[in-house]
Design a protein around this ligand. Structure first.
Ligand SMILES: *Cc1c(COP(=O)(O)O)cnc(C)c1O
Length: 366
């Protein structure tokens, strides 16, 4: 291809461009570590970061973890002393299924509601009859950052005596009304509040959360260096907490950026057949934007995006049952997930997108 032609073709529009605090924003926190000379083990920056995160979600007890996957694993271990099946949606990021298995449970994959993309108490209740063996827990997944229905699931737990845990990995800034059921979030670099690698568990049950925190550090409770419960090392260092504190300082501006970008997309998508998630932009925002593309137009839409050099991604792939590592796990009929998952397409979403870029992306959608 002649050089001129190559220069004239537009640059690829990236689907995601993570942005964590700059070195200048980190410096005041790093200097605090220099003076305190505490580098991990629930140091002062860990304490402050946990408090500020808890305040962000309405004053919850908070345990920091090494990542979102270990947050889910620990929460499940806390709530299920015995093994058994864990009901969970097939349509989720594969981390959910890994966490369930690492907690000693067997995933039992279920459909999601096609409108909300989430598991519902009704779907879980109907499945109770067909699960071959005891049901130890339900892992409810927030659909790409949408707020889970905490009240309905607390009611499910009370009614059936089955513990509920929330994988709300991408929902940090959409959470309110957290109850007795642990809520797990991810602080991965690609998430709303990225610190590189990190996670957190929130819960109103103080005793449970004291055990959760002890489980992140060898099961030591208090000062005794005596391991009181089976645990591991799931802590974050003071350096990670420093990134977290600087990221929290920048969160209001980041939220405004995500609201503006979601609104810019919503106005361009008005009258088109593609659908945004319910409530996105009005009730909540997150760090990705997904559209549901009508099945009849899917192949053509993806071809138009590729031709326009617009990156897109199926953030959750085609469902956990489509991954070789989980192809044999028990499941209900998943024909609705098989129809839904291919149509859920993540669009470019980051602060570097111009109005022209957004026009180019949405021009590919019908
Ligand atoms: C990101 C994510 C996770 C995993 O979080 P990590 O911090 O990357 O371990 C789990 N579940 C869902 C739904 C996610 O989006």
């Amino acid at each position: 291809m002649p050089i001129q032609e190559r220069d004239a073709s537009p640059a690829t529009i990236k689907v995601l461009r993570p942005k964590l605090p700059t070195s200048a924003e980190l410096l005041p926190y790093l200097e605090r570590i220099d003076s305190a000379r505490t580098y991990s083990n629930y140091g002062p920056l860990n304490g402050e970061f946990a408090r500020r995160l808890g305040d962000l979600v309405g004053g919850s007890h908070t345990t920091l973890t090494s990542n979102g996957t270990t947050a889910i694993e620990l929460a499940l271990r806390l709530r299920c002393e015995q093994g058994g099946h864990c009901l969970m949606p097939a349509f989720t990021f594969i981390a959910s299924a890994h966490a369930v298995c690492n907690a000693g449970l067997t995933p039992y994959l279920l459909e999601a509601n096609p409108d909300t993309l989430a598991l519902t108490p009704e779907i879980a209740t109907a499945a109770l009859k067909s699960v071959p063996g005891p049901v130890a827990a339900v892992l409810v997944v927030s659909a790409f950052g949408a707020p889970p229905d905490f009240v309905a699931w607390a009611d499910f737990e009370a009614r059936h005596g089955i513990p509920v845990v929330f994988d709300a990995a991408a929902a940090l800034t959409s959470l309110s009304g957290i109850g007795q059921q642990p809520v797990c979030v991810s602080l991965h670099a690609t998430k709303t509040l990225g610190i590189g690698e990190g996670g957190a568990i929130f819960c109103a049950d103080q005793a449970l959360m004291e055990r959760a925190t002890a489980m992140t550090g060898f099961g030591f409770a208090g000062q005794e260096r005596l391991s009181s419960l089976r645990a591991g090392n799931y802590r974050i260092s003071e350096y990670a907490a420093a990134v977290g504190l600087a990221a929290l300082d920048g969160l209001p501006a980041r939220l405004q950026e995500m609201r503006d970008l979601t609104a810019a997309y919503a106005s361009r998508l008005e009258g088109k057949a593609v659908q945004l998630q319910r409530g996105v932009g009005t009730d909540w925002v997150t760090m990705t934007l997904n559209v549901m593309v009508p099945a009849a137009d899917l192949a053509a839409t993806l071809a138009r995006l590729d031709d326009a050099k617009v990156e897109w991604r199926r953030w959750w792939g085609l469902g956990c049952h489509r991954h070789p590592a989980f192809k044999d796990v028990p499941r209900s009929d998943l024909s609705a997930t098989d129809a839904l998952a291919p149509r859920v397409i993540g669009l470019p979403f980051h602060a570097d997108l111009s109005a022209g870029d957004l026009d180019r992306v949405t021009g590919c959608l019908q």
